[in-house]
Design a protein around this ligand. Structure first.
Ligand SMILES: Nc1ncnc2c1ncn2[C@@H]1O[C@H](COP(=O)(O)OP(=O)(O)OP(=O)(O)O)[C@@H](O)[C@H]1O
Length: 300
């Protein structure tokens, strides 16, 4: 195992940020920690990168204990924190040089690891980091986290606030990095990114809700899910919210995703109810739950 987490809990005064968390990440795996703001993702990253000590439980990274062997861990992991953490007044090249130097290496020595990413920001190597766009900052931060050839890479919400094209490029880069044998633990609030991981853990309010592959996790959605549309979205949402058999209802693009609290619901009956509320052009279709639907159901 590359990362083991056993019964980790952490509180800040009266906020329980992590509640008895346990899971493992295999060597070479691209593992996603998926959850909303405040779920406890950053707290877990800080514990695993030895910046914070858990109240209870233990964890290892590359077989090193996060408390006893913290120095060894610091040498063998790369950490890209959620908030931009580079030196704003240093240039792109100076930032990279700085991180290489503190880890006792040089840009040349490990250039092959960052080459794909660095060539995209190299034209701006004399620009101060504070003057880069969001996507470029994120690429520089990734280069800095990689320059000492870490065995394990921790990426805390690396694509938050980054445009969709740069997000796609970033995930392509992660896949290529994974092929070099690096284990990657990445957190994200974006469900479409969850699908790109080997396995994912849903986290909410400091607790793990479920862990599985993206393909299998949707099997944890235990109800039949319906994709519903009508001529008036607002009226449709309101009518479904007040329907006495509703289990869950939320907007999903131009549709509403609905599940019913009965074992066998008859869509015609629901159609009649919606018509009685003045709705027209109603469509009701059974659909396969997405990762997001599954998270919403488990988080309920
Ligand atoms: N230093 C702190 N003092 C008090 N409470 C904290 C502190 N750091 C985090 N918290 C609280 O602990 C909980 C977990 O926060 P954490 O930052 O780990 O979550 P997160 O999933 O990374 O979310 P975000 O993306 O918003 O940072 C939240 O309720 C947060 O308000």
């Amino acid at each position: 195992m590359s990362i083991t987490i056993n019964h980790i809990s952490k509180s800040y005064k009266n906020v329980e940020a992590l509640k008895d968390i346990s899971f493992d990440v295999k060597a070479g795996e691209l593992f996603g920690l998926i959850g909303p703001d405040g779920a406890g993702k950053t707290t877990l990253f800080r514990i695993l990168t030895t910046l914070l000590i858990a109240d209870t439980g233990n964890a290892t990274v590359s077989n090193f204990d996060v408390v006893k062997d913290y120095k060894k861990i610091r040498n063998s992991v790369g950490y890209m924190p959620g908030k931009f953490s580079l030196y704003q007044d240093l240039t792109v090249e100076e930032n990279l040089n700085f991180f290489a130097t503190i880890f006792g290496t040089t840009i040349q020595e490990n250039y092959h690891l960052i080459k794909d990413i660095y060539i995209q920001i190299e034209p701006f190597k004399n620009r101060r980091a504070g003057k880069l766009s969001g996507g470029m900052k994120q690429k520089l931060a990734l280069c800095c986290a990689l320059i000492h050839k870490p065995e394990v890479l921790f990426l805390d919400e690396p694509t938050t606030g980054v445009d969709p094209v740069s997000r796609k490029e970033f995930w392509d880069m992660l896949k290529r990095l994974q092929q070099t044998g690096i284990t990657i633990l990445v957190s994200t609030p974006y469900m479409d990114e969850a699908a790109l991981c080997d396995r994912i853990a849903f986290i909410q309010n400091g607790a793990i809700l479920e862990i599985d592959t993206p393909k299998a996790i949707v099997n944890h959605f235990s109800k039949t899910l319906y994709n519903i549309s009508a001529d008036n979205m607002y009226q449709l949402m309101e009518s479904l919210r007040f329907y006495k058999h509703t289990f869950s209802v939320y907007p999903f693009g131009e549709y509403v995703h609905y599940s019913d609290n009965r074992m066998n619901m008859n869509p015609d009956e629901l159609n009649d109810y919606l018509q009685s509320k003045g709705l027209k052009e109603i469509t009701i279709e059974v659909m396969r739950p997405t990762i997001e639907d599954t998270f919403m159901a488990l988080a309920k």
